[in-house]
Every structure is written in structure tokens, then in C-alpha cells.
Design a protein around this ligand. Structure first.
Ligand SMILES: Cc1cc2nc3c(=O)[nH]c(=O)nc-3n(C[C@H](O)[C@H](O)[C@H](O)COP(=O)(O)OP(=O)(O)OC[C@H]3O[C@@H](n4cnc5c(N)ncnc54)[C@H](O)[C@@H]3O)c2cc1C
Length: 399
């Protein structure tokens, strides 16, 4: 069965929803194919209970419908989901759920994209044919757990952070969180509050900042250079946290926003973990070297500890390369856009990418760019067709 559609969007996360809403505003028919049985599945199924947006809401509004003004600046996960549900209804976004896109390629002959889909529920295959293909599968698709010598024989429980909801069942257990990104730091804080004996592996250098500091920094970016904003943030971080090297926390030489611009890595947000570390309630370890027999974990400094649970807050991988052919011009070997924000969103032959390393803020930008570009291209094609027709008529008259 072949289904023709001007625009096919793969993925119904915030990126896919925002792009569809912008296309609807231009009255351009489009459809979202989503592998899960719901939209915003990352926020609905793969985030922990205490999560609130790390970024102030004014930077997380999707296009054409702001987050309600009565919600707090750092919107709780459930309220953000409600906002996204309302967004889908408001813009009458058309989503086909349980559709896993397992192949998409550009057919030179027809000049169209052929998107092969597995309907997980009915166990049937479908083919969608489109003029434009928008990749909105995000940068948080496949859970990533690093290869660690001995992990397969670890006798405790281990899981990826996407499976973590809360630490209710870990009271008095020895829990190790691996990774000091925003999820790792927040999960360590949460687990400790649930009464677990908590440790965290911190490998990278960081400038700890509160959500409020990051919010101020993002607002100031409109008026000041990155270097000036960084100077201010590092000063505030030093005033608030002091020297933390004795706890294993080293500040990098480069400022937090410069790192973000260069690598896309967001600033390290502290929701209370640093206080726990200083109080000795959360113990810091360096990189794991191997897992020994039973539940013993050994670290690169020679120290070791016994743990009942390991939570890997070690991030995600994009899955684009698994299903998209003809990607090389737009995506790199990691399935991330080759171009840095704001030059990441457009490829050749009607191929677009809705995500960048700028999370929701990047999505707002890409979705509008993509919809405007598709609209302009459609208008240009119409004009061209009209010109060809007029030319043909003139030729006929001449004869
Ligand atoms: C714990 C956590 C907290 C975060 N907090 C913030 C925050 O506070 N602020 C912020 O700006 N960002 C935050 N982020 C970043 C987050 O990635 C973005 O906010 C946002 O979800 C990205 O939207 P997206 O649409 O690009 O990707 P996603 O939300 O990941 O959506 C991609 C969709 O594509 C679907 N999909 C994937 N492959 C296929 C396929 N082959 N076929 C069909 N469908 C497919 C997936 O099922 C998914 O529904 C956070 C991320 C995490 C993990």
C-alpha cells in the first residue's frame, strides 16, 4: 500500500509537533509517523518523576502557542506534557502512532522520498511517498550504556536513567549513579533523598550552576557576548559553590556557554546534589575501571565499592543512520546534523532535520525555518509550472 503525502515527519516529540503545527499554519498537508503509541514519548515514558524543565519556560515555548502564564518558570514534567497534549489538539496535528520507520530513501526517478514503515500494532508494512521528509527523531533516541569490563556478570541491578522514576525502593541500598550531566546530578540528589547510600561517578570537568543562573545567562545572551556572560556565570558559580576540587569537582578553563556553543553540551545544572556532596551524603568517584565479582565496582584511582544498583545516566544516541539512506550531506557518522546551529536544518532534495544540539530552543528555530522553506519551495514550484504553461501557450500561438 502506498500513501502519498506532501510532507512526512518522522517522530512525534516536540520537534515533530512544532514542525507539523508550523506547516498547518501554512495550510501544507503533513503527517507524523511515530513509533510509540503516544506523542512526546520521551517526556511521558522515559523521564523521572521529579523532573522540571531545566530551562526557563520562555525558552521552551513551541511556535504559535506559549506555555500558560500561570505555570511556574521551570515547568514540571506533567504540566509540560499537558501543554504538549493541548498543542496537538489546538493545531489538529495528524499523527499515526505505532509506525516504526525502518527505511527512507530518495527516489531520483520520481524525485520523491519513499518511507517504509512497520505498523507495530497490526504487523503490516506501509509505504509513504513524500516530496519532503522531516527527520524529527531527536538526539535522545537510543539509550547509551558504555562497555564496562565485567558489567554482564554484575550481580546487582543496573538500568539506564530513562528507566528511572524515583528511588522509593532503594532505601538504605548502595546506589551508584554513572554520569554527571543534568540527569545524573539530579538522579543522585533524588536517590539520596529517598534514603539510599548514594555515590556518583564524575568524569568530566564542570561549572555547577543553578537553574536560575542559567536562566539569567540565557536572557543576557541577547545583550552581551558569550565571553561576558561566561565571566558573570563563573563568578556566580564560584561565589555560590567555592572551590570543590577536594570533592573531585574541577572547573574547566572554558566558560559554560562557550562550551555549549562549541560542543552543544548544556551547562551543568545543580538542583541540590552539590550540597549533598559537600555534606558527604553523596560520594564522588572517578571513572569505573571494571566490575569485579558479585557487586564490587573498581575505579581508575584503585578504590572500590560494593553497590546494589547502578544507574547509567550516560546519555543517548541518535538512530537516524539505522533507517535513513541518502543522509550523508545532512548528518554525520553519529546521526547528528553536520552543520552547527543555526545551519543544521536543511539538506538536499527536500530533506530537513528538526533537531540540533540546542534542545527545545533549537526546535523552535528549526521548525519555523523548515515550514517557511517548504512553503517557499511549493510556491516557487507553482510559479514555475505556471510559467511553463504560459510559455507553451505562447509557443502554440506563435505557430
Ligand atoms: C531527562 C531529560 C530532561 C530534559 N530536559 C530538557 C529541558 O528542560 N529543556 C530542554 O530544552 N530540553 C530538555 N531535554 C532535551 C529533550 O531532548 C528535548 O527537550 C526534546 O524532547 C527533544 O525533542 P525532539 O522532538 O527533538 O526529540 P524526542 O522528544 O526524543 O522525540 C523524538 C520522537 O521520535 C520517535 N522516533 C524515533 N525514531 C523513530 C522511528 N524510526 N520511527 C518513528 N518514530 C521514531 C521517538 O519515539 C520520539 O517520540 C531533556 C531531555 C531529557 C532526556
Amino acid at each position: 500500500m502506498e500513501i502519498e503525502m506532501p510532507v512526512v515527519i518522522v517522530g512525534a516529540g516536540p520537534g515533530g509537533l512544532a514542525t507539523s503545527a508550523c506547516l498547518n499554519k501554512h495550510s501544507i498537508s503533513n503527517i507524523i509517523l511515530e513509533k510509540d503509541d503516544c506523542h512526546a514519548s520521551l517526556w511521558r515514558k522515559r523521564t523521572y518523576d521529579r523532573l522540571k524543565l531545566h530551562i526557563g519556560k520562555k525558552f521552551c515555548n513551541l511556535p504559535h502557542l506559549p506555555i500558560p502564564s500561570d505555570l511556574p518558570n521551570f515547568v514540571p514534567r506533567v504540566d509540560f506534557l499537558r501543554y504538549l497534549d493541548n498543542y496537538v489538539n489546538h493545531f489538529k496535528i495528524c499523527i499515526r502512532y505505532n509506525r516504526y520507520v525502518d527505511d527512507a530513501s530518495f527516489d531520483v526517478k520520481s524525485g520523491k522520498w519513499r518511507v517504509c514503515v512497520r505498523d507495530n500494532r497490526l504487523n503490516i508494512d506501509e509505504i509513504y511517498v513524500a516530496d519532503y521528509l522531516v527527520v524529527a527523531t531527536g538526539e535522545n533516541c537510543d539509550e547509551y550504556i558504555p562497555m564496562i569490563n565485567g558489567l554482564e556478570s554484575f550481580e546487582g541491578e543496573y538500568l539506564h536513567s530513562s528507566k528511572y522514576l524515583n528511588g522509593r525502593s532503594w532505601y538504605d541500598k548502595n546506589v551508584l549513579i554513572v554520569g554527571s550531566g543534568n540527569s545524573g546530578m539530579e538522579i543522585a540528589y533524588d536517590v539520596s533523598n529517598w534514603g539510599a547510600n548514594t555515590s556518583i561517578v564524575i568524569r568530566s570537568h564542570m561549572h555547577p550552576l543553578t537553574k536560575e543562573m542559567v536562566f539569567v545567562g540565557m536572557c543576557l545572551m541577547k545583550y552581551l557576548s558569550v565571553e561576558k556572560v561566561d565571566k558573570l556565570l563563573v563568578f556566580m558559580s564560584k561565589m555560590m559553590y567555592g572551590d570543590m576540587s577536594k570533592y573531585g569537582l574541577i572547573r574547566p578553563k572554558e566558560g559554560p556557554f562557550s562550551i555549549r556553543v562549541r560542543t552543544g553540551r548544556p551547562p551543568s545544572i545543580d538542583v541540590g546534589c552539590i550540597k549533598m556532596i559537600k555534606k558527604g551524603k553523596v560520594k564522588v568517584y572517578p571513572t569505573i575501571s571494571r566490575i569485579k565479582k558479585g557487586k564490587i565496582v573498581e575505579f581508575v584511582d584503585g578504590k572500590s565499592g560494593q553497590f546494589d544498583v547502578i544507574v547509567f545516566a550516560t546519555g543517548y544516541r541518535s538512530n537516524v543512520l539505522e533507517w535513513l539512506k541518502d543522509y550523508k550531506e545532512l548528518f554525520n557518522e553519529n546521526g547528528m546534523p553536520k552543520g552547527c546551529y543555526p545551519n543544521h536544518w536543511k539538506g538536499e532534495n527536500g530533506l530537513y532535520c528538526a533537531f540540533s544540539r540546542r534542545a527545545l530552543q533549537g526546535i523552535v528555530y528549526s521548525s519555523q525555518k523548515i515550514a517557511n522553506d517548504i512553503s517557499l519551495t511549493i510556491d516557487a514550484k507553482k510559479l514555475l509550472a505556471e510559467a511553463v504553461e504560459v510559455n507553451a501557450r505562447i509557443k502554440l500561438l506563435d505557430e
